[in-house]
Structures are given as structure tokens and as C-alpha cells.
Design a protein around this ligand. Sequence first.
Ligand SMILES: Cc1cc2nc3c(=O)[nH]c(=O)nc-3n(C[C@H](O)[C@H](O)[C@H](O)COP(=O)(O)OP(=O)(O)OC[C@H]3O[C@@H](n4cnc5c(N)ncnc54)[C@H](O)[C@@H]3O)c2cc1C
Length: 404
Amino acid sequence: MKKPHIVILGAGYGGMMTAAKLQKKLHINEAEITIVNKNDYHYQTTWLHENAAGTLHHDRTKIRIKDVINSSKVNIVLDEVLCIKPEEKVVKLANAELNYDVLVIGLGFEAATFGIPGLDDHAFTIANINNARLIREHLDYNFACYHNEIDKKAARLNIVIGGGGFTGIEFAGELANRIPHLCEEYDIEKTQVRILVVEGARTVLPGFDERLVEYAMNSLESRGVEFINNAILKECKKDSIVYEKYGKHHEIPTMTTIWAAGVRANSVVEESGFETNRGKVEVRCDMRTPDYDDVFVIGDCSMIINKETGRPFPPTAQIAIQQAETVACNVKEKIRGGELKPFIPNLQGTIASLGNDDAIAEVFGHKVFGWKAAVMKKMSDNRYLLKLGGLGLLLKKGKFNFFY
Ligand SMILES: Cc1cc2nc3c(=O)[nH]c(=O)nc-3n(C[C@H](O)[C@H](O)[C@H](O)COP(=O)(O)OP(=O)(O)OC[C@H]3O[C@@H](n4cnc5c(N)ncnc54)[C@H](O)[C@@H]3O)c2cc1C
């Protein structure tokens, strides 16, 4: 008898954890498992701001899929998913077509620019390894150009971050730590460099405790970061940005705008005709789509409403990993004819990094800041590595620079 074919799309937090769990849960004779990903590596999206700022080399963030997934148990297909045809149970890839019996969609997020003029053409986003590498190179290039031009351009040394949410602030923290090194390398006075965070709301880091937000802003300001709150980014040009504050337009010369204020689910999901809510699939409690019993959706492509607040749970790696654990159990049950269980999130808290040795955290009801929060962040990163690939992966890729 033909074995059922389980296809997992995306080797991100959700996809990798699903595959890692399924290769242990199912016997090789029970099902054929395939994971499809654009690259031969998984990357830790939550470290990308460090790669972009240049404080951590991107090779540290990449994990070869084969180092975690046993290719004798799981087929690893390196290809791009173009669309899914759920009625036919087919996935169209750039170079092939796959039939499935059970599908797990974990294709993550992409940047959303909300039609703001110029952002698609002139701004950078921190969405994957290649974007992050480009930002690091671009920063180096502009610093290198500065002294080689007779007409010195402030735009080369002004760095604008659009959005003071999680990603924007974490990037600002890393950048603030990297600038002194860049200045030393390229003989530039530190006072000539500006890092500006343009935020539409009254304050940055919405959702965090106000005292922690104040701590974060003070910490970043002491390292040269400027905040422009209540300001809406109106246009991004090749060498400037325009924002509106209290009805007035202002222009800042810059050749480096990092757009960190919007993400959406991978557009493949919506374009494949799944019923979506703001681009995401509002999944059933067992993580299946409302209309297909054989399709599970996890991570940033899925949406679950928090019954306590009536709002969706925020898209995080923490949730994607927990969902993957439930989905791996449910896929196994589906293959064996058992009962599927509901996904119950176990939110442990939030930690926002402000650089290597500083962070703010709200964990298990406690508010923590400074080096203690930074240590917690690294422990949480290390915990993921241990869970995904055991001690070997932790020792290879873990963060052990706790006190410097
Ligand atoms: C800078 C930054 C910092 C963050 N910090 C935190 C944090 O501290 N804590 C936290 O919990 N969350 C954080 N997040 C959010 C978190 O990273 C995401 O919620 C998480 O990555 C979602 O996981 P996922 O499995 O849905 O997708 P991802 O981890 O994004 O993986 C998607 C995978 O699919 C692949 N893929 C995409 N499209 C295709 C295609 N068409 N064909 C084939 N493969 C494809 C990608 O290459 C990737 O491997 C951060 C995000 C960013 C950008």
C-alpha cells in the first residue's frame, strides 16, 4: 500500500520543528515526509537584526537543514513554492510539482510596505539572510564612500529606521553598538552619524510596560539613537525620507532607510485561494484551515484569536515553535486515525534585545531589564537550539557570551 505523503512547506521555526518532531514520531514505513525550502539552511529570523547591523556574522544564524533533519527519513527539497492547489492536493514548485496527503504550511512572513511611495524601491527590510547581509554591506559601503567624496554627504551617515516596534528597536540597539566600530574603521567622527527611529505612535515598543519602554529609550538615547515619535513616514526617496508630524512635512537626507514597521503572511497563502483574514489563515483549534481537513497552517501564516483579549496572538517564533509541536502530534494522529488535539499557547513572556548586553523583558509576570534580561534572551535562544537539534547544535551555534 502507498504510504501517505506529508509535505511541509518552509524550514522556518514552525516547519523545522514540525519535521524534527515527525521524524521521531513516525516510523519510516508509516509515511513519506518531505520538507520544501528555498535554501539548504534554516535561519533564526530572531537573530537577523544582529546580522543586518553587522554585530553577528550571518553564518552563525544559518543552520544547515541536514544537520537537524535526517535525510534518510525526510526528503529535503530545495525549491521555491509558487502556489498550492488544495482541491487537487498539489503544491507547485518552481521546478517540480508535489502531491500530498497531508500538508503543513509554514512559509513565514514578508515585508508589508502599505503602498508608501518609494519604500519598495529604496528601503531595506530585515526579512531574511540575504536582506540582512545587504544591509550590513550597504552600511560598510556608505561609510567607506564618505571620505572618498569631495562633497561630503550627510545622507551617507544618517540611518533611518521606519518603525519603533520590536524589530526596529532591536535593530537600533545592535546598530548603536556597531557604529563606534564602523567609525573607527573608516575614520569618521561618531558625532557625524545619526540613527533615527521614526515611529507613528506616541511611544515605541507598543504593548511593553511603560517603565521598561522608558528604560529602553534611555539606554538607546545614551548610545546616540534619536526618536521621532508621532511621525508618519510619507515617502522614501533614493537619498532622503519624508515624514509628517503634527500636520507638517519634514525631510531627512539618508541613503539608508530600514523599513521595520510592517510584515504580512507569505502571499503564497492568499494567492492560493485559502480563506484568509488580513492575509493569514484563521485556523481551527487543531491548526487546520477552516475548509480543508488535510491542511495545517503554522507560524506567521496562521492566525489564532486570543479569547481573553479578542485580538490575534502576535506572530512570534515562540508561538510558531509551540504550534509545530501540536501540529506534529496532530499529523501523527491523522496518519494513525487518532484524535486531534487543540493548540493551547503557553506564553512565557517577551524579551526585546537592546544590544549584546542590554534588554528588557516581561517574563512570567516579572519585569526585568539590563544585563539580566540580556542573559535571559540568550538563554531563550539557546533553549530553542537545544530543543531543535540537541546538545550538538547548541554547542555549535549557541550564544555563550553572557557577560561581555
Ligand atoms: C528581526 C526580527 C526579530 C524578531 N525577534 C523575535 C523575538 O525576539 N521573539 C519572537 O518570538 N519572535 C521574533 N520575531 C518574529 C519571528 O521571527 C517570526 O514570528 C517567526 O520567524 C515565524 O516563524 P515561521 O516558522 O512562521 O516562519 P520563518 O521562521 O520566517 O520561516 C519561513 C521559512 O519559509 C521559507 N520560505 C518562504 N517562502 C518560501 C517559498 N516561496 N518557497 C520555499 N520556501 C520559502 C523561508 O526561507 C524560511 O525558511 C522577530 C522577527 C524579526 C524579523
